[in-house]
Write a protein that binds this ligand. Structure first.
Ligand SMILES: Nc1ncnc2c1ncn2[C@@H]1O[C@H](COP(=O)(O)OP(=O)(O)OP(=O)(O)O)[C@@H](O)[C@H]1O
Ligand SMILES: [Mg+2]
Length: 268
């Protein structure tokens, strides 16, 4: 059975006189241990899909319809404590800008321990040991000493590693990573992606990866969906979609990528 099943998901944002249909009847599944990517131009509805999964959108103005199931359990029907334990627990998020995800007045250790105590059975010393293990797993050197550091004492790449540790410390079934490397410079991007892929393999985690970077997607995703104007216009295996695109929007994205690659190579 699929881990995540999304059926006819729609998101409408009410505005003064009109309504924007940001997500229009989107359906897809994610299998256990699978990385599914969503790509598409800016404003095509990728983030809205990601946030709608756990109703993380402000309602109103947003209205969500359709059916989202995690291991068969409806997420859109969930409320209260059930919804809170799903968010950041069973489904956890990593966003583009690590600085906004971290609390500036708490140390990295305090935030990690809090996430661990909230979502697992570990407490006190045990939670602290677990926090150290997570920092080590995401490749932060001298993890034990680093527990006492504040977010601003970390570089951008290290902050994103800490966010990934925090997202995974709750032992989610699904990690939603929305442009996780966009704010980072290129060498750090590669390291973070490698880390995500390794963690996905060792933890057999399912990942919904949102990116506008097709090279990133090609490197780590199994399947990719292409969004345009709120609709999922193409969905398939990465090799197929990126090498034999069927939809004009996908072809357009690929043309844009080759143009950018040529530009970059021209600069060298
Ligand atoms: N809170 C909101 N209120 C009204 N409209 C919104 C809101 N959030 C998003 N939208 C609109 O919904 C559409 C989809 O936005 P969304 O952020 O999901 O796109 P995206 O694919 O993630 O774009 P990007 O690549 O720029 O991150 C856009 O037209 C956007 O302007
Ligand atoms: Mg977005």
């Amino acid at each position: 059975m699929a881990l995540l099943t999304v059926e006819d998901l729609s998101v409408i944002y009410a505005q003064r006189s009109t309504a924007v249909r940001a997500v229009d009847r989107v359906s897809f599944t994610i299998e256990p241990g699978e990385i599914v990517a969503l790509v598409g131009e800016s404003g095509s509805g990728k983030t809205s899909v990601a946030l709608a999964l756990t109703k993380l959108l402000p309602m109103p103005p947003a209205a969500i319809s359709g059916d989202v199931r995690l291991s068969g359990t409806s997420l859109l029907d969930a409320t209260g404590d059930t919804l809170r334990s799903i968010r950041g627990g069973t489904i956890s998020y990593v966003f583009q800008d690590p600085a906004t995800s971290l609390n500036p007045v708490l140390t990295i250790g305090e935030q990690l321990v809090e996430a661990i105590e909230l979502h697992t059975d570990a407490r006190g010393r045990e939670a602290k040991q677990e926090a150290i293990r997570w920092l080590q797993r995401v490749g932060i050197p001298s993890a034990e000493e680093r527990l006492g550091a504040y977010p601003h004492e970390f570089s951008g790449g290290m902050q994103q590693r800490a966010c990934i540790a925090m997202a995974l410390a709750s032992r989610p079934a699904l990690l939603v990573a929305d442009e996780p490397t966009t704010a980072l410079d290129v060498t750090i991007q590669v390291q973070i992606l490698r880390l995500l892929r390794d963690l996905q393999r060792t933890l057999s985690l399912s990942v919904l990866l949102i990116s506008h970077d097709l090279t990133v997607v090609e490197r780590i995703a199994h399947r990719v969906g292409v969004m345009a104007g709120g609709r999922l216009v193409e969905l398939g295996a990465v090799e197929q979609v990126l090498h034999q695109p069927a939809h004009p929007h996908t072809k357009e994205l690929l043309r844009y990528r080759s143009m950018m690659t040529l530009k970059r190579e021209g600069k060298r």
